[in-house]
Design a binder for this molecule. Structure first.
Ligand code: NAP
Length: 132
């Protein structure tokens, strides 16, 4: 597969990690689309970055974001929102993303959570984030 620059969709684009992903992908010359649940509040991206609305827990909102995309970087975070959010975002959200990609040839990079293998730790006991 040789189609650089990519059309990259960043999911989690407004977060502490995703914001850096957006900046670096843009700096490297890729076409960058930044997904957020609140596009009106996403104002701090470089000019030229396209902001698109979407929520990974609501698959019906994702089709416009995935149009013409050939790479996806996922840095979503459900931390601090409890067990239901962990399941909805880390499990349901990934299922939604794969469904939105369908059978297309799209590269996917997923950033997991630090300590992901420590399933008996207090973090996972609180929110099941590592389990999902
Ligand atoms: N920060 C660190 O040092 C660090 C270290 C290791 C691993 N990580 C992992 O990296 C990932 C990102 O961390 P972070 O610190 O960047 O997170 P963050 O600053 O809390 O940002 C969370 C991001 O997730 C998005 N998001 C949440 N729910 C969503 C949903 N339902 N649909 C679409 N987007 C949703 C938010 O977008 P909107 O609110 O704009 O919709 C936001 O961009 C997490 O898995 C975290 O565990 C982070």
């Amino acid at each position: 597969m040789d189609r650089v620059p990519f059309n990259v969709l960043v999911i989690g684009a407004t977060g502490s990690i995703g914001r850096l992903v957006v900046q670096e992908a843009f700096r490297q010359g890729h076409t960058v689309r930044a997904l957020t649940r609140n596009p009106s509040r996403a104002t701090r991206f470089p000019a030229g970055v396209e902001v698109v609305g979407g929520d990974v827990t609501r698959p019906e909102t994702l089709a416009p974001a995935f149009e013409g995309i050939d790479a996806v970087v996922l840095t979503v975070n459900a931390d601090g929102h409890g067990k239901e959010a962990s399941e909805a975002v880390y499990y349901g959200g990934i299922r939604s993303v794969l469904s939105a990609i369908g059978g297309r040839d799209v590269r996917v990079a997923l950033m997991t959570t630090i300590g992901i293998t420590e399933r008996l730790g207090s973090y996972n006991q609180t929110n099941q984030g590592h389990d999902w």
